[in-house]
Design a protein around this ligand. Structure first.
Ligand code: ADP
Ligand code: MG
Length: 731
C-alpha cells in the first residue's frame, strides 16, 4: 500500500457514482410495497394462511401467553414453514442466536435427506425447528459450561417469526432462537430478555389488577430502535487496516472542516447515499422490518435509520438484522458501513436510541399519561416505578451499555455522560413536585392533587422540550435510552430496564398492600414517599455541562466512567439478588456476563494496541523517514548553492520531523512495554482490564498524537492512510 493507492482511491470515487447496484434481490416496485412487505417472513399473516385453524390458534396462544409448545404444534408448524421456505427458494435452515459476544451466530443445515436409493428428500421436522445443537464450545460462556460439557443447544423462540435470508443463488430459513447450556443456563442475550419481559408482565399485571384493571392479564415491553452509522467509500475502508481490524481509525489528523458548521445534520442526503438507502429499505421491508425514518446525522457522512416500534424481542432481532443488512447493502454500493461507536476521533460518535414502553394486553400504553384520572393514575404509578428502579439501579443501566467502544463516546460532549439520570421535562417534573409536596399543580383545579380522583394537567407534547443530552428521556409516551452504543445488541439495555421496572412495580404493590390496600389515600402516600425518596434521579437540565457532574456528585449519583468500573456492578450482591428474585439471571449467569464482557474489553484494546504498533512501524514511520530523507537530500543540494546559512529554515523543518519521528518510535516502545506487561498478567481479569484502561489506552494515545502530528508534516504524496478529510467529504 502506498500513497499512490490512496490517491487512486480518491480518483475512483468519481466513477463510483455511476456503478449500478447489482444483485438486487428483487426489482423495486414501490407501488407494491404493501404486497411485498414481509414477503420473506413467516409472519402472522402467512401462519394464518398456511396452518390449520386449530394449530394456528394453538401457536398464537404459545406466542401471546407463553402456553407450552407441544410436539404436535411444532411438527405442524415445521411442515408449513418448510413448504413456504422451499417455495421461496430455501435450501437450508439455521438456528439464529445471539451469543454473549454481542453479534449473532448461525450454523446452516440443508433440508436434504438421502432416501437410500441414491436420491434425496427435503425434510424439516418439529424437532429440528424446536431444538438445534450448534457446536457451541467456542462461544464465550464465562465459565458457565465446563469443558467436558461443552455443548449448548438452541431453542426456537416462537415470539419472533422465522424469516428467509435470500441470495440470488438460494435462501436460508432463519429461525430466531435462544441459546442455553444443557443445564438450562442462558448462554445468550435473548433468553434473559424473554425472562425479563415475563417478570415485567407478572409485576405489571399484579399492580394493574390491584387498582381495578381486572381485564389485564399480561403486559409486555416494546422497542423502537434508532440506529446511527457512518458510510465511507469502500476503497478508503480497504486501505485502512485499523478500520478493518478494529472498526475505528487509530490514526488521523482532524480535518480542516469537521462538524463545526452543523451543516450536515438533517441536511440534503447525497444521491449516492440515497440510492443505498432505498436499496436497504427495500431489503428491510421484504424482511418485515418497518424502516420508517432516515436522515443525516451530526457528523459528516453519518446517518440514522429508525423503524416503527415493535414488541421488544422482535425489535431486538430486527435491529441485529438491520445491522447485518447495513453492512451487506453498503458493500453492494461500494460503501463500507461503520457501526462502531467512535470510528473517528474528534467527530460525533454513533449511538442507538432505545425507545422503550410497556403496554398491557388491552393495548393501553402504561407510559401514556392519558386524559382521565384513572389513566393518569396508572401513568404516575409506572412513572414512579421507573424513577425508583433507575435511581436504585443506576449502576446496572450503566453496565448495560458498557463497552470499550462506547467509552470513547460517553460523556464526550456528544453523548450522555456516564451519569444516569432521567429527563421528564420541566412540566412533568413540576407535576412530580406537586405530588411530592401534596400541592395544587399548575393549570389544575383548586383542589390538591389526588391521584385517581383529580385529572393531571395536560402535558405538552412539544418536541422542543425534548432533551437530547439526557441518557434516559421521557418523550411523551415512552422513555428513550440514549446512551446505548451503536454497535451493541439492544437486548441487555432492554433486559435491565424491564427487570428494574418489574422489581419496582412489585415494590409498589407490596407497599400498598402492607399499609392496607389500594385506597386513594394509600396509593397517594406510597407514590409520594417513593417519588420524594428518588427525586434526585430526575434532571431536566444540560447533561453535557460541567456543573451537572458537580451537582450529580452532590446528589450522590454514580459516575462510572470506564467499562471496567461500569461492569463491576454485575458482581454486586444487591444486583445478584435483584436478578435472581426477578428470575432473569442466576448468580452464575450474571457472573459469567461480567467475565465475558471484561475479557472482551481487554481483548478489544489489546487488538487496538497491536494494530497501533503495526501501523505506526510499518506504514507511518517509513513514510515519515522517506520524507525525512528527501528533506535531508534537498538540504544538501541546496547547501551547495546557498551555503549552510541559507538553509536554516529547511533545517528547522527537518529537525521537527526528526524529533517527531523520535517521539513516534519512543511512544511505540512504551506502548509495547505496557501492553506486554498487562497481556501476560491474565490471572486477575479485573485488574488486567483496569491496566488496559489506565495504562495501555493512554500509551496508545501517545502514539496517535505523534503520528497525527507527522501527518501534518509529511509530504501528502507519501502518506499511506486515507485522511479524514478524504474519507469524510468525498462521496
Ligand atoms: P427522535 O429521533 O426524535 O428520537 P424518531 O422518530 O427518529 O425520533 O424515532 C422515534 C422512535 O420511537 C421510532 O422508532 C418510533 O417507532 C419509536 N416509538 C414511538 N412510540 C413508541 C412507543 N410507544 N414505544 C416504543 N417506541 C416508540
Ligand atoms: Mg432519538
Amino acid at each position: 500500500m502506498t500513497a499512490s493507492t490512496r490517491h487512486e482511491a480518491v480518483r475512483n470515487i468519481a466513477h463510483e457514482a455511476v456503478i449500478e447496484p447489482e444483485n438486487m434481490t428483487e426489482e423495486p416496485n414501490n407501488a407494491h410495497i404493501p404486497e411485498y412487505f414481509g414477503k420473506y417472513v413467516f409472519n402472522d399473516r402467512t401462519q394464518k394462511q398456511r396452518l390449520s385453524a386449530p394449530i394456528y390458534e394453538a401457536l398464537r396462544k404459545v406466542i401471546d401467553t407463553g402456553a407450552p409448545l407441544t410436539a404436535e404444534i411444532a411438527d405442524s408448524v415445521a411442515g408449513a414453514m418448510k413448504d413456504w421456505a422451499i417455495e421461496n427458494g430455501a435450501t437450508h435452515y439455521t438456528h439464529w442466536f445471539q451469543p454473549m459476544t454481542g453479534s449473532t451466530a448461525e450454523k446452516h443445515d440443508s433440508f436434504i435427506k438421502p432416501t437410500g436409493d441414491g436420491g434425496a428428500l427435503l425434510e424439516f421436522s418439529g424437532t429440528q425447528l424446536f431444538q438445534g445443537e450448534p457446536d457451541a464450545s467456542s462461544f464465550p460462556s464465562g465459565g458457565l459450561r465446563a469443558t467436558f460439557e461443552a455443548r449448548g443447544y438452541t431453542a426456537w423462540d416462537p415470539t419472533s417469526p422465522a424469516f428467509l435470508r435470500c441470495t440470488p443463488e438460494g435462501a436460508t430459513l432463519t429461525i430466531p432462537t435462544a441459546f442455553c447450556s444443557w443445564t438450562g443456563a442462558a448462554l445468550d442475550k435473548k433468553t434473559p430478555l424473554l425472562r425479563s419481559n415475563q417478570a415485567l408482565s407478572k409485576a405489571a399485571t399484579r399492580l394493574l389488577q390491584m387498582i381495578g384493571e381486572n381485564q389485564v392479564t399480561r403486559a409486555s415491553s416494546s422497542g423502537g430502535i434508532e440506529q446511527e452509522y457512518f458510510l465511507i467509500d469502500a476503497d478508503f475502508f480497504n486501505l485502512r487496516p485499523d478500520l478493518l481490524a478494529c472498526g475505528r481509525t487509530l490514526f488521523g489528523a482532524r480535518p480542516y472542516k469537521g462538524q463545526e458548521f452543523d451543516d450536515h445534520y438533517f441536511g440534503n442526503i447525497p444521491s449516492r447515499v440515497l440510492r443505498f438507502m432505498h436499496d436497504l429499505e427495500h431489503e428491510l421491508w421484504l424482511l418485515g422490518i418497518p424502516a420508517k425514518t432516515r436522515h443525516n446525522e451530526v457528523a459528516p457522512s453519518q446517518f440514522e435509520l429508525a423503524p416503527v416500534y415493535m414488541p421488544i424481542s422482535i425489535s431486538t432481532d430486527h435491529n441485529m438484522l438491520t445491522m447485518a443488512m447495513l453492512e451487506e447493502i453498503a458493500e453492494r454500493h461500494g460503501f463500507a458501513a461503520l457501526l462502531h461507536e467512535k470510528p473517528f476521533a474528534g467527530l460525533n460518535g454513533s449511538g442507538k436510541h432505545l425507545n422503550w414502553s410497556v403496554a398491557d394486553n388491552l393495548g393501553s400504553n402504561l407510559f401514556d399519561p392519558g386524559k382521565t384520572p384513572h389513566e393518569n393514575l396508572k401513568f404516575i404509578l409506572f412513572l414512579t416505578a421507573v424513577a425508583r428502579g433507575v435511581d436504585l439501579h443506576q449502576d446496572l443501566l450503566r453496565s448495560s451499555i458498557a463497552s470499550a467502544a462506547n467509552d470513547y463516546r460517553l460523556g464526550a460532549n456528544e453523548a450522555p455522560p456516564a451519569i444516569i439520570s432521567i429527563f421528564l421535562g420541566t412540566h412533568l417534573e413540576g407535576i412530580v413536585d406537586s405530588i411530592i409536596a401534596g400541592d395544587i399543580p399548575d393549570g389544575s383545579t383548586s383542589e390538591p392533587l389526588r391521584l385517581g380522583v383529580t385529572s393531571l394537567p395536560e402535558l405538552p407534547r412539544d418536541i422542543s422540550d425534548r432533551n437530547r443530552t439526557s441518557p434516559l428521556a421521557f418523550t411523551g409516551n415512552r422513555f428513550e435510552f440514549r446512551a446505548v452504543g451503536s454497535n451493541q445488541s439492544p437486548a441487555y439495555p432492554a433486559t435491565f430496564l424491564n427487570t428494574i421496572l418489574a422489581e419496582s412495580l412489585d415494590y409498589l404493590s407490596d407497599t400498598i398492600e402492607a399499609i392496607g390496600g389500594p385506597s386513594t389515600e394509600n396509593i397517594q402516600r406510597v407514590v409520594r414517599e417513593t417519588l420524594s425518596k428518588h427525586r434526585r434521579i430526575l434532571f431536566s437540565g444540560d447533561n453535557y455541562a460541567a456543573e451537572w457532574r458537580v451537582e450529580a456528585a452532590k446528589r450522590g449519583l454514580l459516575e462510572l466512567k470506564g467499562t471496567p468500573e461500569a461492569l463491576k456492578p454485575l458482581r454486586d450482591p444487591k444486583n445478584e439478588e435483584l436478578f435472581n428474585k426477578m428470575g432473569v439471571f442466576t448468580a452464575e449467569e450474571l457472573e459469567s456476563r461480567w467475565h465475558v464482557q471484561t475479557e472482551i474489553y481487554t481483548n478489544k484494546i489489546n487488538v487496538e494496541a497491536m494494530a497501533t504498533r503495526d501501523l505506526a512501524m510499518t506504514m507511518l514511520l517509513p513514510a515519515a523517514m522517506e520524507h525525512q530523507k528527501r528533506l535531508a537530500d534537498s538540504i544538501n543540494a541546496l547547501q551547495a548553492v546557498v551555503g549552510e546559512e541559507g538553509t536554516s529554515s529547511q533545517r528547522e523543518t527537518l529537525a521537527l520531523v526528526t524529533k517527531t519521528i523520535g517521539d513516534l518510535k519512543n511512544s511505540v516502545d512504551a506502548l509495547l512495554e505496557v501492553n506486554e506487561r498487562w497481556e501476560s498478567d491474565s490471572d486477575d481479569v479485573a485488574a488486567q482490564a483496569m491496566g488496559y484502561r489506565n495504562e495501555v489506552l493512554p500509551a496508545m494515545e501517545q502514539v496517535r498524537d505523534a503520528a497525527d502530528f507527522l501527518e501534518r508534516l509529511v509530504d501528502d504524496s507519501l502518506w499511506p492512510l486515507p485522511k479524514y478529510r478524504e474519507m469524510m467529504f468525498i462521496r
